[in-house]
Ligand binder design. Structure first.
Ligand code: SF4
Length: 502
């Protein structure tokens, strides 16, 4: 026995689309929430005039719902918009094409999305689904849509510039030797001034003086080659240097993406890939903040990340929890100055809890410090005197003071073999401010509240990344450029949050 069915039958009274959608379907939640938020900022992105555009509220609902359903390509969104009952219900049977979807996503939405995202989070705060007081922060690298093999390396570029400078110096020296005169008082070119104009000038000067003598043919050939190619090459390097803007690399097909080491290494060859560093803060697995960065390290992103939080919600969180990747002097000072209670681990936090670490007499962190005399005592009981300070700057420009201490006489010490391998007397470097900050942090981390936050952090923020990358299959961006990938991640975060409500 089989059940009867009739294909393509017309109903006498046609049903509405909503009849096929369950009352608790997530699409209804997206509709309800986006209907309730103020989209003034988004409306302002439309200059007015011309043919009426698709309603931005409808476009926003369409995109957020598509991201919730793991549909990221504009062509796929267009297809679902035409064929899927839920999409048709949500858009009121409007079916924008992929170009319109792309224009909205990369154009109108990109400067308005953060405001919309914050309103959704604030809605959740009102509904008591999440709190903005405590944030768990972590970062991950997500691959860019760029080609993996079109890279520009800052170091290779610098090596090539230095090589040009060396070769010019050699040509200059040759010219001086054959003309038997000093061409100029100063050296022809230094590594600091390898500009296209300067290189061209120097080559012309060398060619000029070699005209009157019988110069080596190879040299004149090389000069011709250099004049034709080097200024152009240096001009290209100048442009690439501007794009690099302090980074080590970028991709030619997405200049905002930087080559980074990824956890997902399916070829198992440690290959660097063009990517963005995505930082998120969560509470109860709801994303309350997201920022995208072009540097691979998490430490230097933290201040900017917290500042963005303040811009969105008007205040910093009261409690911030993060892993050891964020435990730097700069971050501890910043949170302290802004009255943020932190539970941020630092390097060696776990190791220093071990007996071996604490009992190791040769570890400089275990040396006794006499604050009055400002000296340390080494395992031999010898005072290590303060021999000066050195200043260090972080990538964000934060200045650190490192104090240096040196033992007086290591020679002949019976403990020398176990103590250190350097030549001469042992020198240790200590950052007193960081040590004090770490001591305070350790106390908090080992408290009951600290234990609670430490066990909550992986379940909160790491599980959220797990959901985005694994369940939502978001392993690579689909758009290019920092602003565009930020929009894309914002949509993904909103979709994730609404799925949490659903
Ligand atoms: S080697 Fe030098 S620093 Fe080490 S215990 Fe001996 S005297 Fe002290």
């Amino acid at each position: 026995m089989f059940k009867n069915y009739t294909t393509n039958d017309n109903l006498f009274l046609p049903p509405t689309l909503g009849d096929f959608i369950a009352p608790n379907d997530p699409v209804r939640i997206i509709d309800r929430i986006i209907e309730s938020i103020n989209l003034k900022v988004l409306y302002e992105m439309y200059p007015g005039g011309g043919c009426p555009a698709y309603h931005p509220r409808m476009m926003l609902k369409l995109l957020v719902y598509a991201y919730m359903r793991n549909i990221y390509s504009s062509r796929k969104i267009e297809e679902f918009g035409k064929n899927d009952i839920r999409f048709m219900w949500l858009t009121g049977m409007n079916s924008p094409d992929h170009n319109t979807i792309n224009r909205f996503r990369s154009g109108h939405l990109k400067d308005a999305l953060r405001n919309v995202f914050a309103q959704v989070v604030e809605f959740m705060v009102k509904e008591k689904l999440v709190s903005l007081d405590t944030v768990y922060t972590d970062g991950t690298k997500i691959e860019s849509a760029a080609n993996r093999y079109t890279f520009v390396w800052g170091k290779a570029m610098q090596t090539s510039i230095n090589r040009i400078a060396d070769q010019i110096n050699q040509l200059w020296a040759y010219a001086e030797s054959v003309t038997k005169q000093e061409l100029l008082d100063t050296a022809p070119i230094t590594y600091q001034e390898v500009t296209p104009q300067k290189v061209e000038e120097v080559i012309e000067r060398i060619q000029e003086v070699l005209q009157d003598v019988e110069a080596d043919k190879k040299v004149t050939q090389k000069l011709r080659y250099a004049k034709k190619n080097w200024p152009q090459t240096l001009q290209r390097y100048e442009q690439q240097g501007k794009i690099l803007d302090g980074r080590n690399s970028y991709s030619k097909t997405d200049p905002d993406a930087t080559f980074m080491r990824m956890k997902e290494d399916h070829m198992l060859n440690g290959q660097l890939k063009p990517a963005y560093n995505v930082q998120i803060s969560t509470h109860q697995q709801v994303i309350t903040n997201y920022t995208l960065h072009q540097s691979a390290g998490d430490t230097i992103t933290y201040k900017q990340h917290l500042d963005t939080f303040k811009q969105m919600y008007g205040a910093y969180p009261t409690t911030a929890v993060a892993d050891a990747g964020y435990g730097s002097e700069e971050n501890y000072m910043f949170t302290q100055e802004n009255n943020i209670k932190t539970f941020i681990k630092y390097n060696y936090f776990h190791k220093e809890q071990s007996k071996n670490w604490r009992k190791d007499p040769f570890r400089s962190s275990n040396f006794f410090y006499n604050a009055q005399r400002n000296c340390f005592y080494c395992p031999m009981g010898q005072a290590m005197e303060h021999i000066g300070n050195k200043m260090q700057k972080t990538a964000n420009g934060y200045e650190q003071t490192i104090s240096r201490y040196q033992a007086r006489r290591c020679e002949g010490c019976p403990l020398r073999g176990s103590c250190h391998k350097a030549l001469g007397n042992r020198i240790i470097e200590v950052n007193h401010n960081l040590n004090n900050l770490r001591n305070k942090e350790r106390e908090k981390l080992l408290s009951e509240e600290g234990l609670k936050h430490r066990s909550q952090r992986p379940q909160d923020v790491e599980a959220t990344f797990g959901n985005l990358k694994s369940n939502k299959a978001f392993k690579r961006f689909h758009l290019r450029g920092l602003k565009n990938v930020e929009t894309e991640f914002g949509l993904l975060a909103m979709a994730h949050n609404m799925a949490k409500i659903a």
